[in-house]
Design a protein around this ligand. Structure first.
Ligand code: 86X
Length: 696
């Protein structure tokens, strides 16, 4: 059995408590655990159908209407009652007066149905007896879910306040819910009728908690003890590998080779280019010791590798024949940021590729910058099914060391923010002059090299999750899904499960041969409903259900994760149809995201229109003067105005916070600039269309 020492728990010893009332009186938790919600636990059984047994875990003051429960479980009038003590002891390993959740771990044959009060799911911590009734243990609800998952039970989450009793008048399907429980407010924020173990927050209502649950419960991310650092579990690392497999051959085709430079850099090298470093200095992480001894000089961990690579470029480049020099490395980087971290999106260590090229002419560097930007845009579109807007950064937003910066920008509908997807810089001769990267041209003249640098990081995975996932959990675009198709055989007691399993294996083999990443979920201790939830949470694009009736007809039932569509498919067509369906899902996901993005990309020609659109979670294109001072002022003004709105509205949602800035100057604006148009902000002559937004 699993070791539970990792649980966040507090156990209080107290006088023997045979009832919940005694537990409440005898047991007091402290600190973080003071808000523990005490549970009452009932072992129930059907008098007539003895195999129907229930372990109900409810908040201590939840009213349990046995009649309503009887109706709910279709037990037949008067049949549902307290279960037999001997049976309880045998199956759950607990004695009367000490029934509790942990007993479910003893029910290895899954005989008992676990019923969870929705108020428990909404709580933060729950208190139980740890198998004896002179102590109470408080655990977090997320650990509660872990225990349940480990037990192999698929709990039913019940809102006891909305259960209908047998006595209720028929015809009125939906009664007014019983009076709201004390925790009702909290519960409301979470999903109503969360009849499965999964995501408790909706994307709409609490985006950041939703995101956190999606990435952890789908097993993409595990939190780590060091703030801002996260573990990439196989499901998310697979996506990173897919990105590598997409971009790497394109880089190589374009003449770029991979290499690896050390992750450490001396202070002298790092600060050689003062302007470039200035604003970033507080983010640099330093190694100062080996064991207990101070190093003679502290050494920095790379935040980016210009200062590490370019001294070598100076050594390697002498003649025009040494150019172009095009190198890339796939690495981690460390930037010790103090803004609130968000997994994938803003982390203190992240993975990326950084490309650094040197050319004989500025034109050649331009071409490199733009072809890389195209690969980035293609990667978002073709692999992650995310639409991007290509453009150039404003003076204010460009990388200080660059002549110009190009970018792919994307839109997160739930909070209306823009997010930078990746950047590709034309560095001009700025770094070359600093690092002495020069060559003799054909005429024997000394010339500084023209350089580019570009990067694509694991942030893209977070952006993709934010765009596509839903209230049931992850929704993965098929090309980055480690499992593209899951087969769930549906067997009931009286079915010939061997026939069904044999068919399932046949289907599995044919899909595998067709190059589909397929998984056969033939686990015996889980029921089909549990498996559906399990794979939906993990974003698997297609589920194939295979039951007795389907087999008789030579069919399987296909269910799409992205839109819930269901269809019957002929078994013999699967190997040819499923790859098409995966492509269709990819295209549909892209088109849906594009439609949403376009609906939220507004145009504004005045400041009022601009703020109104911005506050309605849009990104906004405007005619703009392209003057840095104007952007700075617009940034400040938008911040002040949103603060005012926040004050007026009292506690408002996250969306209204923060200033707006230019995301980019799009290469292809929605509508072209018309001669004579004025800047939406300062009223001077407009020079260009700019895309603005609140951003990450
Ligand atoms: C800017 C520029 C550039 C290669 C890319 O955007 C793509 C890949 N590099 C990166 N940048 C810094 O230069 C930087 C420097 C330090 Cl010291 C730091 F702590 C943080 C930084 N962040 C970004």
């Amino acid at each position: 059995m699993q070791d539970f020492t990792s649980l966040i728990q507090q156990t209080v010893k107290h006088a023997v408590a045979n009832t919940v009332k005694e537990m409440l009186e005898n047991c007091k938790f402290e600190g973080d655990h003071a808000n523990t919600t005490f549970a009452k636990n009932l072992f129930l059984a059907n008098k007539k159908k003895k195999e129907q047994m229930y372990l109900v875990i409810a908040v201590h003051d939840t009213e349990i209407d046995m009649k309503a429960l009887t109706t709910h479980f279709k037990a037949g009038s008067g049949n549902l009652r307290a279960g037999d003590e001997a049976v309880m002891e045998q199956i759950l390993g607990v004695k009367k007066g000490a029934v509790n959740l942990f007993g479910i771990l003893n029910d290895t044959d899954n005989k008992v149905k676990l019923v969870l009060d929705s108020r428990i799911v909404a709580a933060e911590r729950v208190g139980f007896h740890p198998m004896q009734n002179d102590a109470t243990t408080s655990i977090t609800v997320s650990d509660l879910h872990k225990i349940i998952e480990l037990s192999g039970h698929n709990p039913e989450i019940l809102d006891f306040s909305s259960l209908q009793s047998e006595a209720a008048p028929s015809g009125e399907a939906k009664q007014a819910p019983a009076k709201k429980a004390p925790q009702a407010k909290k519960t409301e924020e979470k999903k109503e009728n969360a009849h499965q173990l999964g995501i408790e927050y909706t994307k709409e209502q609490n985006f950041s908690k939703w995101y956190q649950q999606v990435i952890t419960r789908s097993e993409m991310i595990e939190y780590y003890e060091i703030s801002g650092c996260y573990i990439l579990r196989p499901l998310s690392y697979f996506i990173w590998e897919s990105i590598q497999n997409f971009l790497d051959p394109r880089f190589k085709k374009n003449g770029v080779s991979n290499c690896y430079f050390p992750m450490f850099v001396s202070e002298a090298a790092l600060s050689k280019e003062k302007d470039h470093i200035a604003g970033f200095a507080p983010e640099v992480a330093w190694v100062t010791k080996s064991g207990k001894t101070n190093l003679p000089e502290p050494i920095a961990i790379r935040p980016t590798s210009e200062t590490i690579m370019y001294p070598s470029y100076a050594k390697w480049i002498h003649s025009h024949r040494d150019l172009p020099l095009c190198l890339n490395q796939w690495t981690n980087v460390v930037r010790w940021e103090f803004k609130h971290p968000t997994p994938f999106i803003r982390t203190r260590e992240f993975l990326w590729q950084e490309g650094h090229t040197a050319h004989a002419t500025t034109e050649e560097a331009d071409v490199m910058v733009l072809s890389i930007l195209d690969y980035y845009a293609d990667c978002y579109k073709e692999l992650l099914a995310v639409p991007v807007i290509k453009g150039r950064k404003s003076e204010e937003e460009k990388f200080a060391g660059a002549n110009y910066t190009t970018t792919v920008e994307l839109y997160v509908p739930s909070n209306g923010r823009g997010i930078q997807g990746a950047t590709s810089h034309q560095l001009g001769q700025n770094f070359a002059k600093m690092f002495d990267v020069w060559f003799e041209d054909k005429a024997g003249q000394k010339q500084f090299a023209w350089q580019t640098s570009w990067g694509f990081s694991t942030r893209s995975i977070g952006a993709m999750i934010m765009v596509h996932s839903d209230d049931k959990g992850l929704v993965l675009p098929p090309r980055v899904a480690q499992i593209q198709v899951v087969i769930v055989p549906i067997t009931y007691k009286d079915d010939d499960s061997n026939t069904i399993l044999a068919k399932a294996e046949e289907v599995y083999n044919s899909l595998k041969a067709a190059g589909v990443r397929v998984f056969l979920d033939d686990r015996e201790n889980y029921n089909p409903g549990f498996k559906y939830n399990h794979w939906e949470l993990r974003g698997v694009p297609i589920r194939l259900e295979l039951g007795k009736k389907d087999i008789e007809k030579g069919e399987v039932r296909m269910v799409r994760r992205d839109n819930g569509d269901k269809a019957q498919m002929k078994q013999e067509d699967l190997a040819s149809e499923i790859p098409h369906m995966l492509n269709k899902i990819h295209n549909d996901m892209y088109e849906r995201a594009l439609k949403t993005r376009d609906e939220h990309m507004k145009e504004a020609s005045t400041w009022e229109q601009f703020m109104e659109a911005l506050n309605a979670k849009n990104i906004v294109q405007t005619p703009w003067c392209n003057v840095q001072e104007c952007e700075k002022k617009a940034k400040d003004k938008s911040k002040e105005e949103s603060l005012k709105i926040m004050e007026q509205a009292g506690e408002e949602e996250e969306v209204l916070t923060g200033s707006a800035k230019t995301l980019c100057l799009p290469f292809q604006p929605q509508t072209p600039l018309v001669a004579g148009e004025k800047c939406f902000h300062c009223g001077e002559e407009a020079k260009i269309k700019a895309l603005w937004g609140r951003s990450y």
